[in-house]
Write a protein that binds this ligand. Structure first.
Ligand code: PMP
Length: 307
């Protein structure tokens, strides 16, 4: 990772190397953290953050689920994110706000440990590779399932839960895939280790419903809006594994992965084995808006230097 000058920590900017935690921080032992992944894009009007308020809202919702009181308001966090981007003088960035329980005691119930907040802004290119955006990626269905309802909280972006994502990602990489697709405990298609999934079949776009095993992705929401703008119907419904094999198109969405086509699943080509026309249309809109080339008609961008 390329260091930047500053990280925002507990209310102020500190030099990169001073943004440290105690080895007995509760989060390090039990995964007691919530976080976000946000992107800032380079535009002619300077860097612009995509869906900033949505991400900060989700951060606060994740914290609420974990009974963590963030000692700042959402506006203060939004401003801190912009301040950190300016301090590091970045044209584009991956932004990582992190809320975690620090050091005080080691009991499993972490309440009583301080709630700390850090915001890092780093340079990060295409998550699944530059070529992936056009060529698509090869993926496999994971042997690991997403968490069952009532065990963890799939709608929260909670540190400890990413052990599940790590198992999916490590297995996929060991099998030579760029990413894995996890099924839910009932055997229905859930999502990637860090991406939501869309499937095109017979002119209709399908995506698994929220509320059982997926993260309510913000890119998922934006892409559903873009599909509506394009008059392409989208259905949120349960998807069986075999639908992956007969789909005309498949693509991932996520802040890191953006809109990435999937060209094969378990070695079976998706459609023609190349990026499909609906995926391409969605990408054109998504990258058009985030680069500032297409008008930001839904007000998704917050310009870093225009307050
Ligand atoms: N699912 C999981 C498990 C994720 O970690 C992410 C990345 N935040 C996503 C989906 C995509 O969500 P978003 O579009 O909000 O980045």
């Amino acid at each position: 990772m390329q260091p930047t000058d500053y990280i925002w920590m507990d209310g102020k900017l500190v030099p990169w190397e001073q943004a440290t935690v105690h080895v007995l921080a509760h989060a390090l032992h039990y995964g007691t953290s919530v976080f976000e992944g946000i992107r800032a894009y380079n535009t002619k009007r300077g860097p612009a953050v995509l869906a900033l308020q949505d991400h900060t809202r989700r951060l606060f919702n994740s914290a609420k689920m974990m009974r963590m009181e963030i000692p700042y308001t959402e506006d203060e966090i939004n401003n801190a994110i912009l301040e950190t981007l300016r301090a590091n003088n970045l044209k584009s960035a991956y932004i990582r706000p992190l809320v975690f329980r620090g050091m005080n005691k080691l009991g499993v119930d972490g309440r009583g440990c301080p709630v700390q907040v850090a915001i890092a802004t780093i340079e990060w290119g295409r998550y699944l590779g530059e070529e992936a955006i056009e060529q698509g990626v090869d993926v496999g269905v994971s042997s690991w399932r997403r968490m069952a309802p009532g065990t963890l909280m799939a709608m929260g972006k909670i540190g400890g839960q990413y052990v599940n994502s790590q198992l999916v990602a490590m297995e996929a990489h060991d099998r030579g895939f760029a990413e894995g697709i996890a099924l839910d405990i009932y055997g229905y298609v859930s999502e990637g280790s860090g991406e939501n999934l869309f499937l095109v079949f017979d002119g209709v776009v399908y995506t698994p419903p929220t509320g059982n095993s997926i993260l309510m992705g913000i890119t998922r929401k934006l892409v559903m809006q873009l599909l509506a703008d394009l008059n392409i119907p989208v259905k949120e419904q349960v998807i069986s594994r075999e639908m992956l094999y007969i789909a005309d198109e498949l693509f991932f969405t996520g802040t890191a992965a953006e809109v990435t086509p999937i060209r094969s699943v378990d070695g079976i080509p998706v459609g023609s084995g190349r990026r499909g026309p609906i995926t391409e249309k969605v990408q054109r809109e998504f990258f058009g808006i985030t680069s500032g080339e297409i008008e930001d008609r839904h007000g998704w961008l917050t310009y870093v230097y225009e307050e």
